[in-house]
Design a binder for this molecule. Structure first.
Ligand SMILES: *[C@@H]1O[C@H](CO)[C@@H](O)[C@H](O)[C@H]1NC(C)=O
Ligand SMILES: *[C@@H]1O[C@H](CO)[C@@H](O)[C@H](O)[C@H]1NC(C)=O
Ligand SMILES: *[C@@H]1O[C@H](CO)[C@@H](O)[C@H](O)[C@H]1NC(C)=O
Ligand SMILES: *[C@@H]1O[C@H](CO)[C@@H](O)[C@H](O)[C@H]1NC(C)=O
Ligand SMILES: *[C@@H]1O[C@H](CO)[C@@H](O)[C@H](O)[C@H]1NC(C)=O
Ligand SMILES: *[C@@H]1O[C@H](CO)[C@@H](O)[C@H](O)[C@H]1NC(C)=O
Ligand SMILES: [Cu+2]
Length: 171
């Protein structure tokens, strides 16, 4: 009996791992506009609205190498568009940056005055197990898409759970 329970527990853990790993999504910053100098300084702020970033997600900064870059910076550098001593700079586009930790992450373009013209991005990264930000709009905004494949990953998790139940009966 104890063995059956531990087998079932193992599969539930496996299902949870599958569910969590498939939550990681790729987001193209600015969607079809890509990473460039926006026509409006609140463009990238608006782009992050309604996206719940979680640890493991990847930001894809799509830009032409040489025209832009993307640097990870502190909040102070983000606010002031300080281009000296960034945490890191990716100069080759498109650049993929994985969000490894929770909290606020800040990115700017270090070329010319692009940052002060609005080519800057702040993302708030949550742990993958927590619900979306409390305090955000309670109404479901139209045109929102959930992170890719959450439905199919739910299906994968469900089938694993069913498989584990079947196994318990077989043993
Ligand atoms: C994200 O992009 C990588 C590399 O192109 C790909 O291997 C991975 O499957 C993508 N993930 C999702 C959830 O689309
Ligand atoms: C950003 O959102 C604000 C508030 O909803 C809106 O007034 C503004 O026009 C938007 N800007 C862009 C560039 O979409
Ligand atoms: C990046 O931008 C180029 C040119 O604008 C476009 O052809 C390409 O499909 C974009 N790639 C992604 C991943 O959005
Ligand atoms: C850059 O480093 C600072 C200090 O360690 C940290 O707070 C910030 O989140 C980092 N930014 C990015 C984009 O990694
Ligand atoms: C996230 O972790 C990966 C692999 O551990 C590493 O290659 C990457 O540089 C990290 N990303 C950032 C923004 O630090
Ligand atoms: C950008 O793509 C995300 C999903 O990747 C979607 O939720 C959002 O509505 C899109 N934004 C715009 C302005 O098309
Ligand atoms: Cu730029």
């Amino acid at each position: 009996m104890a063995r059956k329970i531990s087998i079932a527990a193992l599969f539930v853990v496996l299902a949870a791992v599958v569910l969590q790993s498939t939550y990681a999504a790729n987001y193209t910053v600015g969607n079809s506009s890509g990473w460039g100098v926006p026509s409006n300084t609140d463009f990238y702020d608006n782009w992050t609205d309604n996206i719940n970033f979680v640890v493991g997600d990847t930001l894809v900064f799509n830009f032409t190498t040489g025209q832009h870059d993307v640097a990870g910076v502190t909040e102070t550098a983000y606010d002031a568009c300080t281009t000296t001593n960034p945490n890191f700079t990716e100069t080759t586009g498109p650049a993929r940056i994985r969000l490894n930790t929770t909290g606020d992450h800040y990115f700017i373009c270090t070329i010319a005055n692009h940052c002060s013209r609005g080519q800057k991005l702040k993302v708030e990264v949550h742990s993958s197990t927590t619900a979306p930000t409390p305090g955000s709009s309670p109404t479901t905004p139209s045109g929102t898409t959930s992170p890719p494949s959450s439905a199919s990953s739910l299906g994968a998790a469900l089938s694993l759970v069913l498989m584990s139940i079947a196994l318990v009966f077989l043993c």
